[in-house]
Each structure stands twice: as C-alpha cells, then as structure tokens.
Design a protein around this ligand. Sequence first.
Ligand code: NBG
Length: 903
Amino acid sequence: MATAKKPATKETAAKKEAPKKHPEKKETLGAAKKEVKKAAASAKKAASAKNTTAAKKAESAKNTTAKKTTAKTATKKSAAKKNNSSLPKLEFRKDLFKRSVLYNIKTLYRKTMEEATDQQIFQAVSYAIKDQIVDLWLATQEAYEKQDPKTVYYLSMEFLMGRALGNSLINLTAYQEAKEALEELGVDINVVEDQEPDAALGNGGLGRLAACFLDSLATLGYSAYGCGIRYRYGMFKQEIRDGYQVEVPDNWLADGNPFELRRPEYTKEVRFGGYVTSYTDENGRNNYRLEGYQAVKAIPYDLPIVGYGNGIVNTLRIWDAQPVDCFRLDSFDKGDYQKAVEQENLARNIVEVLYPNDNHIAGKELRLKQQYFFVSASVQEAVAKYMRNHDDIHKLYEKVTFQLNDTHPTVTIAELMRILMDEYYLTWDEAWDVTTKTCAYTNHTIMSEALEKWPIDLFSRLLPRIYQIVEEINRRFEAQIRSRYPGNEEKVKKMAILYDGQVKMANLAIHAGYSVNGVARLHTEILKNQELKDFYELYPEKFNNKTNGITQRRFLLHGNPLLADWVTKKIGDAWVTDLPQIAALKDYAKNAKAQEEFMKIKYQNKIRLAKYIKEHNGIDVDPNSIFDVQVKRLHEYKRQLLNILHVMYLYNQLKEHPTMEFYPRTFIFGAKAAAGYRNAKLTIKLINSVADKINNDVFINGKIKVVFIENYCVSNAEIIFAASDVSEQISTASKEASGTGNMKFMLNGALTLGTMDGANVEIVEEVGKNNAFIFGLSSDEVINYENHGGYDPMEIYRNDPDVHMVLNQLINGTYSPDDPERFRHLYNSLLNTESTSKADTYFILKDFKPYVEAQKQVEKAYRNRSKWAQSAILNVASSGKFTSDRTIQQYVDEIWHLDKVVL
Ligand code: NBG
C-alpha cells in the first residue's frame, strides 16, 4: 500500500474506540435538527387533521426551532468573522470522523488500517463523509417540504461531475479538518482522493456546465434536481498508443459508488414502440393509450450535491434501466418469449454507455431511446412529486420548471403533454397552457452537425404516442405561421417542426418553450440575427442571454490551494461565495512583492504539473518555460490544428535561425476526439508526431517542448489550469458558443490568447485588451465569407512561404517518415475542395499569420516578468463575472423565478 502510515499502536487504540453503529450521526445531527424533525412531523399531522389550533401550535414550535437553528448558524458566522472570515462554517467532528473511517474499514472489509488498500480507504472515508451528508440531505428535504419552493429540474444527457470526495469536503467546509484527521491516521488525503474515479457522465463543456450549475444552485439555496442517466460506462478513457488515441471503456462503477443512493421506491415505467388506440371513457371523452409496447423500469440513483457551507444538499438523480418482470410465465404462455427477451435487452442496452460526441449528433436510434427514457422517468416523477403536495395540476408551472439542456431532452415537451392529457385528462389547450409555461430551452451551439433532427419513421415507430402529439403541435404551429406570414411557404419550410421527413428538435423546443437562451452574449446575438432569425422575429420575448460560468469552489479553492490561500490572505475569503469580490485583488496588481508571490505560486503549480507529466508521459518539461496550454475537446472548429501548425512553424524558424531570440516554451495539449471523427483523431496523431520529433531534437536544446496529456478529464484539468501561463482559446470566430475552460484559466491567472469568439469577448471586456492577446477574423467577417464566399486558402498557400513550408511538411514525411501520406487528409482539409465540403472551413490559413503575430506578443510580454505578473493578477481579479453563481442567479431572476430556501 502506497499510503504512508503511522505506527500501528495509535490505530489499534483508535480501533478500540470504534463505535458500534455510526453513533456520530446522533451527535452531529444535534438536538436542534431532531426538534425540527419532530415539530415538522407534528405540524403535518396537525394540518392533516385540520385542527387549526394544534396546527398553529406545531407551526410555531417549528418556527422557534428553526429560529434556534438560524441563531446557531449566526453565532457560527460571527465566530467565523472573528477569524477574519466572512464564510459560514459547518460543524465537523474530527474524532468522530476518524472513528467512523476505522469502523467502516472494519465492517466493510474486515481489515485494519494497515491491511486496507488505498481504494478501500477511499471507500471507508467516503462512507464516513456520506454519513454526514445524509443528515444534511434529510434536513434539506424537510425544509423543502415545509417551505414548498418552486423547483427547477435541470434535464441533461450529461453531467460531467468529476470526483465527489474532495469537492464535498470543500463544500462541507471540512477539507482542512478531514485532511488533518487523515494525517493523524497516517493517510495522505491526496492519495485518497486519487483513488476516486471521475464521474465522467459527459463529453465536455455542456456536461461540465451542468455540474457547475448544480454546485451553484445548492450553494445559493435553490431547490433543484439534476436529472440524467446512470451510464454504466461514462466518457471513455483515452490512451495514447504509438501516438494514436485508443478508447478504453470507463468502468467507473467497478468498485461501487459510495456516494450514490438507490431509490427503488421511485421506480417508473417507460414505454417504447407499440401502437396507439383510442377509446371513449364514461364521460364521453376521447382518450388515447399505448398498446403492444415494450416497457423498461427506470430506477433512480441519487447523488448528493452539497452547497457551500449552508447545509443544503440537493440531488442529482440519474436513472438506471431494468427489465420489467422479465420471463413472466404468461409471456411464455402467450408465446411472447421473443418479446420478453427483447425487453430484457432493451433495458440492458439503454443505459450502457454515453455517446462520446461533442457538438455532433450520432443520430442513432439508441440515443433517442436514452433521451426518452430519462425524460419520461424524470417528468413522471416531477409530476407525481408535485401531486403529492398539491391538488391542481393546472398550476404545475407555479412549482415546477424544466430546463432543457440543449435539444437532447426536448421530448420533455411531448411527454408532459401526454401525461397531462392521457393521465390527468386535461384538454389539449389546458395541457398546452401548462407545458408552455413549464419548459425552457438552452441552446449551446450553432454547429449545424449538432442540431438534432430525427427521421420521422424512426421517431414515430419508437414513440408512437409522442409522435402523434408532436404532429398535432406541428399542425397547429404551421397554421400559426401561415396566418402570420400568408403565402410565405419559405417560412413554413424553415420553421416547421416536421419537415422533409424529419423531426426538428430545436424548432419544437423554441416553439413550446417559454424561454430560449444562448450561453454568451455574442452567441445569443448570432442566434437572434442569424441561426434563429425567423424564430426571433416571431417570438422576440422568449430570447435571452445567460453567459456561462464556472464554480470557483472546484476550480480555485480545490484545484489551486496555493493561489486560493494567497487570495484569501490578501483580500479575505468572501470570494468563495461571492466571486466579484475578488476584484479587490486589483490593488495588488502593481505591487512588486505581490507579483513575486504570485509568480512563485505559479511556479510551484508548474512543478506539480511537470511531475504529473513526467509520471504520465515520461517527458521532462522545464517549469521556467512558458506553459502554453490548449485543453478541450478535439474539434476542427476549436483549431488545435492551427496551434500545432504554429509549433511546426516555430521549429522551422529555430532550425533556420539557431541563435534567434527565443523564450523556452512548453506547448501542452489535452483533448479527446469522438471515436469516429477522422480528422480529429489524425490531429492527435500529428501533435504526438510533432512532439516526438521536436522533443528529441538535441539541436534546438529543449527550447520547445510539446506534450499531449493523455486522458484529459476533470481531475487532471484542475492541476492543468493552476499551472498555465497562456490559455489558448483560438476557435473560428462565431463557432464556440461560449467556452468555459477560458474562464477556468482566467481564474487561475493565465492570459488568454484568443479570437473574439464566445465568452472570450466578455473576458477581454472585463480584463482589458492589454491583458490578453486577441487576433484573427471577427465573427462578422467569418459569417460574411460563409454567406458570400471570397476566401481562397490556396492563395495564401501560394503566396506565403512559411505557410507553404508547414503545409508541405504534412505530406513530405517530415513528421511521418514511415508513411508520408499519413497526414494527407489534414492537408486536404486545408487546401482541396473535396466533394461538397469547402477547403479550410475553419479559416486556419486565414488566421495563421495573425496568430503567429499574437504569439510573438506573448513571448515579448512574458519577458517582462513584472508586467506579466500584473496582467495575470488582473485576470484573476477580473474573473468575478464568470462564476456560475452569477449565471444561476440570472436564470433564477429572469427565467425560473425560484424561491430561496434557508435552513
Ligand atoms: C458547448 C459549446 C461550448 C459551451 C458549452 C456550454 C455543446 C453542444 N456545446 O462553447 O460548444 O461552453 O456548450 O454551454 O456541447
């Protein structure tokens, strides 16, 4: 076992103390919470008995207890203030925690601390922490029951959560104490944290945004559920073999997930296929039902989402699929053996794996099944939960709102209509009124290959009743368009939900949603004026912007403890829950001592990353070099190719002018490519081939190093951001809806080298042009070329010798002596018009020289250490806008209108 241990005597002593059964619960729960519980129970009883006096009495008892608890928090708060902290502090009993860990090791594994493996220690620690979380979770649910706040259901195919242990400890305000407690047990908390597999139920920014949102919702005290799928296999693990990406299944549940809670009591049934029949009920009403369908059981697993220091614990509910009573005898009797087996297979397949595509839709039937599966279960449960405490389904929207994270969960609209009409017998108009006040849609991309469309035959076969409803929505919508634009069939063609044999999910989401938002100001403007122009004209009131954000709790407080401590020492810790306060750091930007301190911290973080790189890649990198980093999904529009072509160009320069001024640079890449994305995977191979050649060329004396970090994921991202000097955000202007990595770099004091795209625009606005490096075509210029032509990459290739040389090196074996043709596709994508696709779709050659220029400015700026430090500090200090707390507050104020809950 790698974990350092203290002598056994201490542990044996501790073990002797080990309690029988989690007694810390009793002690940490505390009398106050128990009283609340009791009072709440009697309030409920009294209310249901309609005994007003008793109810009032119980209610007032409840209030006093609540007050008591608040008072307790208040004292804690003021105690915290004395320590120069404005933050709340939750109680954490080190001694109980230690006992609980030892006890868990004994009961879970029949082992002692010395015998346990690191993984077993991780499990034991996690269960101990979960115990504490569960108490808060219960109290939160109680508060919600009592206060009956409106709840947002954030419906998302993806939640890229990363690890839970460290983050939960941070939000329980117990990280430091847990670290010390583990130290006393002879255990290093970092080793323990490293045992946890990332919960990688997402691809990239869209899934990570959902995770940051959950953190902010809990921290701000809003009632919220994340609703998604419990994929057996999350985002694949990337291995690099011989420079190529190899996808390895991510069996994240292999050792079990200590944080999850199975909730079979909330099982729902989800139905696929079959046919619709109609019948007239006793009231003479015509109703519809599905027959001959295949059913799957949806079983929820709950994961706790701990708010920062406020005792609130929300829920991420992810659904598992199980077959419904498979191999029932009557199936055999009816000769339905085939059907029974099919149902079993359906259940097995549905939650098997996350589709590894980012900004691209695979269009596979199983994907639509996944979508309907988790949407149907989540909507059924949301409606059932509402009806447990309310009696008028017409007012569902007063207490429930569904946020559709991209078009993936758009079937929510038709599923809610179905439930309202077929199960609650609302009329079409009544159901439509409720639905259109309950569903809201976020658009995350303008990339056309990511806009979901389903073939009608597939859709109607898989979801016959849902399709029927969509058909009717479309029929009415077309009529609406025709009456608004008489004779304008062009409009119908562009806006209809059903057109050309396809179901267009975005059109459905916009037509039925009460809000449509983009994720950065520029993106929303492009939606309004280009991509969704017709819809904006029809429904201007629905459109709004919500610039993305990130949680500073994970990406600074947890990921970069050195910088976090430094910031707190300088300006106090209010930034943890109120990031704009970090602006107070601006006062230190010009302070020479502060600059030195900042640069030393950056250096320490670069050493940490250098170690990681040595361990994982076997490459030595110099922490004194500029760490120039591009980590994100691999996609042509993100232009990793532009970055590596520039490296090839620099290398040519160094070869040609060996004595030229050059500041040592480490180019760091991290990126997963969708398994079937040829050019993306080839770009990974190119980066690794360039790395191999340059890193091993003694002639350039280590001035350039290129590193491709294997398996970029949330947990290594935290280490990477902390160590970065330069943040590469070089997408083709107009293509990156927002970007959120850009914000994480900024928060950690890296300077942005980027195009005026997505949230870069707002980042530069906050920090000032002088503290970033901006280059390249504007989004207007790009869109103009796209609409009217006029760009010829061949011309650049012919006239620019540097570009010429670099491109030729793609096909003359410089980086692939064994197969000079290897990179031909990349070369072709830049120069040759292959069949219908345009040459250099992403304007790489057009932006090449401006990028080279901007890179020169980076080097020049870095030479001035004090100036660089000033800019870096200003970046940290200007990151206040980009907290997801701000984003969520805007969703709450302008879209969801939730009520704040206090414990
Ligand atoms: C991605 C965008 C990013 C954006 C995230 C989160 C999709 C479909 N979109 O620019 O590409 O930051 O969403 O909004 O994955």
